[in-house]
Design a protein around this ligand. Structure first.
Ligand code: ADP
Length: 308
């Protein structure tokens, strides 16, 4: 039986000024999945470790995403899927996206790559629709394409891969409280004042320019969110203190990862990232809330084959 074991990476979505359109891929945290072609003509989730998640195909994002791929392929496919979770659901670093993107990437690989990585994005987005009620692409796109990604348009879907300046290193703190994507969405206002929109798209353009020109100063000036962060940050204990301490320790920027509760920073160089991680740790140690900290360079490859 043809089988593949993969690393399905965590991702940071939104990245301050890029709500629902920017994302980047991490290297040091991710799930493992094993997918095996079978003669059953059925998509089955056969095993899940590390989390309590549904085994029913239609209730698990991996099953839903693969079903979307199989529907587009228009031929019967049998696959058994094992998911070994390391990214906690509701962490804000793309737990559901890792499963959706990983599943479609691996099935596509097992079938001889009938779809391009860009085409896989829309299948993986169906998993995101199940997880949060919204088929967003800003986690599944960086997981599938690697590096930084930008969703220029949702209708039609138009996703670009952006350059990853070599010295960028991310830190992520995940306070172990759960914020559901759906709840974090409910807190957002549906209308935006023009003045704020102008600031936001100025920053988005600046950030993307900074990635192309490897201008770390410009990246730093642009990592600012005047629309979503002020509303959502109240859901995250000590957000403002963490941000202050991260910036004063040398982080280029700091914001909410996805819909939270994780907080990310982008830094120039590994040493600064380590110092920033330590400074954030010092803040969080006093809260009594359990937390995990990850330090990761940008994963420009995305999903990786571990064995096949
Ligand atoms: P994240 O922000 O980390 O992506 P979400 O809150 O968006 O997390 O998604 C998690 C939701 O998706 C949970 O309700 C979880 O039960 C559901 N879910 C279904 N299948 C999976 C899966 N394979 N991996 C992670 N979450 C899943």
């Amino acid at each position: 039986m043809k089988s593949i074991r993969i690393f399905a990476p965590a991702t940071i979505a939104n990245l301050s000024c890029g709500f629902d359109v920017l994302g980047c891929c991490l290297d040091t945290i991710g799930d493992e999945m094993t997918l095996t072609l079978t003669a059953s003509n059925e998509i089955r989730i056969t095993k899940i470790t590390g989390a309590q998640l549904p085994l029913e195909t239609t209730k698990n994002v991996a099953g839903v995403a693969v079903n979307a791929l199989v529907a587009a392929l228009n031929q019967p496919v049998g696959v058994d899927i094992e998911i070994h979770k390391r990214i906690k659901a509701g962490s804000g670093i793309g737990s559901s996206a890792a499963s959706s993107a990983g599943a479609v990437w691996a099935v596509n690989h097992l079938l001889g790559n009938p779809f391009t990585p860009h085409e896989l994005i829309s299948f993986a987005m169906e998993g995101e629709r199940l997880a949060s009620g919204n088929a967003h692409a800003d986690n599944v796109a960086p997981a599938l394409l690697g590096g930084f990604t930008f969703v220029r348009s949702y209708a039609p879907l138009d996703v670009l891969k952006l350059p990853s300046p070599k010295e960028l290193v991310a830190t992520v703190i995940h306070p172990q409280i759960e914020i559901k994507t759906a709840d974090a969405r409910a807190i957002i206002k549906q209308n935006v004042a023009l003045k704020k929109a102008i600031t936001q798209w100025g920053n988005l353009g600046g950030f993307i320019s900074g990635l192309f020109t490897e201008d770390y100063n410009l990246i730093s000036r642009s990592l600012d969110d005047v629309i979503i962060e002020p509303l959502r940050s109240i859901l995250i204990p000590e957000f403002e203190t963490v941000k202050e301490v991260a910036l004063s320790t040398g982080a280029l920027g700091c914001g909410i990862s996805g819909s939270g509760p994780s907080i990310f920073t982008l830094n120039r160089g590994y040493q600064t990232a380590q110092q920033v991680a330590q400074a954030i740790k010092n803040v969080y140690q006093h809260t009594g809330i359990d937390f995990e900290i990850h330090i990761s360079k940008i994963n420009t490859q995305g999903i990786k084959t571990l064995s096949s």
